[in-house]
Ligand binder design. Structure first.
Ligand code: GLV
Ligand code: MN
Ligand code: MN
Length: 444
């Protein structure tokens, strides 16, 4: 047996059983979609209510007390050793992009539930454990991402109430239709002084763990992001009768603008994406008079991201002047880079090491996560799970049951480590660890 083979991580029996449950639950939730043949689940929709009802049932079965907060996030909690114990938050999101995979966000929520169920069997921890299933991370419905976790972090912006979805429904109206009171959204905010921190497990959404041949990785920081909705106004005219020199084609200006986003981001080692584009009036024989598109921009640091955006808007201005159109960007989302807290990443690293991985991979996340909002009010850390082929935001998104099992073992140890760091000594954590060590030996 080669030394590498000897250290291949192997999950405990308990984690393998829990992983089977998590994957089965992911399959169950994948059936809750507004579209019959693909997964699309957006904020404040009937499907949002439906998955929350299902997941709340699983939380209660696991012994968690559940409630919905004032922004439509689902919470489940088990008490700590003392009534006034602080709270360790674990979570991720249940909303999806359009035509999504079944694991992005969902697997993190469900792993958190199984982890809490497993840990409380060893008795109460020195802190309460609270799972949050965030209601909007993707921003699919209103363009602005992280609405659910922004409410929990207490950074809700009243300017968001007038955001509209594709049907012209305002966020304010959608709140009311869902049975929430916009005036009470502030009540969703956590009290930072009560928090131990926030842990999130998530599929990687990129190829690095796959390439490294590792099931798990610890996240060091999460990319800063900005999103814009851009309107290009030209002039609609006859497609046959209008010579090129008389045209102000909004679509061609938008197409050039999209290429400028790619050119500048490539040169500056950022990622920029034009993921939507619509044209009006949208007729085969009319020069497009209006185009709208969205820009999603990510960078490791806020300063770099903003410098790149400035270069992009300079390019937009040049295109607008040359083509005789107007190009007007409106910012719809901005999230600063978040750096994970050493004290919590150490715990995640310890969790990965406990699975048998001697050198846990360290990753920067260019994808956004609910941890970005929580990072504004408490320490955060993230555990990434290998995502074969790195494909996500796509129905082929995948994570293996074996990797989920390793992730569950790592998450449980990470929480125990945080408990031990707070002086739990040889209490519940040590007991559960002993059980897992025996179990691990039995399966390796
Ligand atoms: C969420 O998945 C994002 O990074 O857009
Ligand atoms: Mn996503
Ligand atoms: Mn996600």
């Amino acid at each position: 047996m080669s030394p590498r083979t000897a250290t291949v991580p192997v999950a405990s029996r308990r984690a393998l059983a829990d992983a089977a449950t998590v994957v089965r639950w992911c399959d169950t939730l994948a059936a809750v979609s507004q579209d019959p043949d693909r997964i699309t689940r957006v904020y404040l929709s009937p499907e949002h209510a439906q998955v929350d009802a299902i997941v709340a049932g699983w939380m209660r079965d696991a012994g968690l007390e559940t409630w919905q907060d004032a922004a439509g996030n689902l919470h489940g909690r088990v008490a700590g050793a003392a009534p006034d114990a602080p709270v360790l938050l674990l979570g991720s999101h249940l909303d999806t992009v359009v035509d999504a995979g079944r694991y992005d966000g969902v697997v993190g929520v469900l792993m958190a539930i199984r982890t809490v169920a497993r840990l409380v069997e060893g008795g109460p921890l020195p802190f309460a454990l609270e799972v949050i299933a965030f209601s909007d991370e993707e921003g699919t419905r209103f363009g602005k991402a992280l609405l659910g976790s922004s409410a929990v972090a207490g950074v809700w912006d009243d300017g968001w109430w007038d955001l509209v979805d594709g049907d012209g429904v305002t966020l304010r109206q959608a709140f009311t239709d869902f049975g929430l009171d916009p005036a009470r959204v502030g009540e969703a905010a956590v009290r930072p002084e009560q928090l131990v921190g926030y842990l999130e497990a998530h599929i990687e959404q990129g190829p690095w763990l796959e390439q490294a041949g590792q099931a798990l990785g610890v996240v060091t920081s999460i990319a800063s992001a900005r999103r814009f909705s851009v309107e290009v106004v030209g002039e609609a005219r006859h497609a046959g009768g209008t010579p090129y020199e008389r045209r102000h084609d909004a679509l061609l200006a938008a197409a050039e603008a999209a290429l400028a986003v790619e050119r500048i981001c490539r040169a500056e080692q950022h990622v920029g994406t034009v993921g939507t584009m619509t044209v009006e009036p949208g007729a085969v024989n009319v020069v497009p008079g209006l185009a709208r598109f969205a820009v999603d921009l990510r960078g490791e640091f806020d300063e770099g991201r903003d410098r790149v955006w400035d270069a992009i808007t300079d390019a937009f201005d040049e295109i607008a002047a040359r083509r005789g159109v107007t190009v007007t960007p409106t910012e719809v989302h901005r999230a600063p880079a978040v750096f994970c807290a050493e004290r919590l990443t150490d715990a995640v690293r310890a969790g990965i090491t406990a699975t048998g991985e001697s050198a846990p991979a360290e990753l920067f996340s260019s994808a956004g996560h609910d941890a970005m909002s929580l990072g504004l009010v408490t320490d955060v850390a993230m555990l990434f799970l290998r995502n074969p082929d790195g494909i996500s935001h796509h129905p082929d998104e995948f994570v293996s049951e074996d990797d989920v099992a390793l992730g569950l073992d790592a998450l449980a140890v990470a929480v125990e480590r945080i408990a031990d760091d707070r002086g739990a000594g040889a209490g519940a954590g040590a007991g559960a660890r002993a059980e897992r060590a025996a179990d691990h030996g039995a399966t390796s």
